[in-house]
Write a protein that binds this ligand. Structure first.
Ligand code: FES
Length: 103
């Protein structure tokens, strides 16, 4: 079974079952975390995550729409991504991200 590892806003680590073809946002939301208000339309940034350094270069680059939405979040890091724009594939087995408090 595929998994990803997330760290929540309280610093607690979780290993989540991951489904190929799902958006990483959907995987996280399916486990009860309150993210992804716009449903993946790249219009809310509630799915903002910090991708672990070792994973940043393994993801496809953000497109213009994602970059524009990321510009609206209060704090950006080098690993900032919108998890709704990352589709889980077998190559992302073990992906590590941290949920970002955007409030
Ligand atoms: S779910 Fe809204 S931007 Fe990702």
């Amino acid at each position: 079974m595929s998994t990803i590892r997330i760290t929540d806003q309280n610093g607690v680590s979780h290993i989540l079952d991951a489904v190929e073809g799902w958006r990483v946002m959907e995987i996280i939301r399916d486990h009860g975390f309150e993210i992804g208000i716009c449903g993946g339309a790249c219009a809310c940034a509630t799915c903002h995550v910090e991708v672990a350094d070792e994973w940043v270069s393994k993801l496809h680059p953000a497109n213009d729409d994602e970059e524009a939405m990321l510009d609206s979040v209060p704090i950006l890091s080098g690993g900032s991504r919108l998890s709704c724009q990352i589709i889980f594939t077998p190559e992302l087995e073990g992906l590590e991200v941290k949920l970002v408090a955007n409030g």
